[in-house]
Design a protein around this ligand. Structure first.
Ligand SMILES: Nc1ncnc2c1ncn2[C@@H]1O[C@H](COP(=O)(O)OP(=O)(O)OP(=O)(O)O)[C@@H](O)[C@H]1O
Ligand SMILES: [Mg+2]
Length: 371
């Protein structure tokens, strides 16, 4: 069910008709942010198609921010062509897409389809990661208990399954790059050439083409970002400093939160499993900063003294009480910190977490080389 949020009655009626023609169930229209939240609370739609300009105190962007985070309800924004700053704000606040008025039925159909695809892909990735990790961990635990073996055996099993998981992620990253990002870039390239050929009197067709190309370009960027997250490409090639640099730059670009990166010269490459473990710890910790911390600054420090490598990720955000994490159901409990601890332990190190409400969070991984 798609909820239509639009305060211009004629546009709303037209939208409903076009969506129904495309075979979607439609609810609404509603015209205020407050009405959107009430509708969502009563019966969550699968997607919201929302004008940025609404009646009442909330505009569309504020309404989208106030939506519940789980499960994700994708929002596709509608903006007026002439209103450049709003188009820009909508673009920044709309990970699932936006459409510029006036638009054609084809553009509407593509934007809605792409938003649905994007949500489904994100959900699948999340479920696959959580399921395979949890299932494999339980298998490993059961195997150890049955054999009555000691902790070292569990570590070895954890190491194995992490290696398998990393190999699988590498394959996925490649598949995504070869089969999604590359073809999208090729489509955009050919589209550009075609747009240039459209003569000046075909201005509407040309601007339609441009909007479509922009959509394709943005999707290519998202796909590339997912593929880099699956496997930080520069790590194998250029080493840990370069990978940390890339992860930090991408994080700041996406979230606006600056990272002070302090990487001691390592002199030589660390063992591959340790480089990867540290890289994954940074990704996981930054995911937590983004999701929970509301931080203004992040510090990322890598030091090496003799055979001791230490990586610390600190933020000045809200912090948390480690003894009283919000109680969640078994299925919803986070795996981030747990997975980080397991990874670091499997690489022969230890993870410490320092945090308190209002005092930020610092995660520190210490690994003894050759230990
Ligand atoms: N940097 C941080 N700032 C504030 N709170 C944090 C931070 N890191 C973790 N937390 C708190 O610790 C909890 C556990 O984190 P963890 O990474 O294990 O799980 P999650 O982030 O909730 O879920 P998942 O990582 O599986 O998506 C979080 O839900 C959050 O309450
Ligand atoms: Mg987390």
């Amino acid at each position: 069910m798609i909820l239509v949020v639009e305060n211009e009655r004629l546009v709303a009626a037209d939208l409903k008709m076009q969506l129904e023609r495309l075979g979607y169930g439609v609810s609404g229209p509603v015209a205020t942010g407050e009405a959107v939240l009430a509708q969502v609370a009563a019966h969550a739609p699968d997607l919201i198609l929302m004008d940025v300009m609404l009646d009442g105190a909330m505009d569309g962007i504020a309404a989208a921010r106030a939506l519940p985070k789980h499960p994700v309800i994708p929002v596709v924004f509608l903006t007026a062509h002439s209103d450049r700053p709003t188009v820009q704000r909508a673009g920044e606040g709309a990970p699932y897409g936006y459409i510029i008025k006036p638009f054609t039925p084809a553009e509407l159909g593509i934007a809605v389809e792409m938003a649905f695809h994007r949500v489904a892909a994100e959900e699948q990735l999340r479920q696959a990661e959580a399921r395979s990790y949890e299932a494999q961990r339980l298998d490993a635990l059961a195997a150890v208990t049955a054999a009555g073996q000691d902790e070292e055996r569990l570590r070895a099993l954890t190491r194995n399954l992490m290696e398998e998981q990393e190999a699988e992620r590498g394959r996925l990253a490649l598949e995504l790059h070869d089969n999604v990002t590359q073809p999208l870039s090729a489509i955009a390239f050919r589209g550009e050439a075609q747009a240039r050929k459209l003569r000046a009197r075909d201005a509407p067709a040309k601007s339609e083409q441009r909007a479509l190309l922009q959509l394709i370009g943005e999707t290519a960027v998202v796909a590339e970002r997912i593929s880099r997250k699956l496997r930080p490409g520069v790590l194998d090639l250029l080493g840990l400093d370069a990978a940390l640099h890339e992860i930090s730059t991408e994080f700041t670009k996406r979230t606006g939160v600056p990272i002070k990166l302090d990487c001691a010269p390592l002199g030589e490459r660390l063992p591959a499993n340790i480089e990867l473990t540290l890289c994954r710890s940074v990704q996981e910790a930054l995911e937590n900063v983004e999701a929970h911390a509301h931080a203004q600054h992040v510090n990322l420090r890598l030091t090496k003294q003799g055979k001791n490598v230490e990586l610390a990720i600190g933020d000045d955000g809200v912090g948390f009480d480690q003894d009283h994490l919000p109680t969640k159901s078994e299925a919803a409990r986070g795996l981030g910190l747990f997975g980080m601890r397991e990874r670091v332990a499997a690489a022969g190190g230890a993870l410490s977490v320092k945090s308190a409400p209002g005092q930020g969070t610092t995660i520190c991984a210490r690994i003894l080389l050759g230990g």
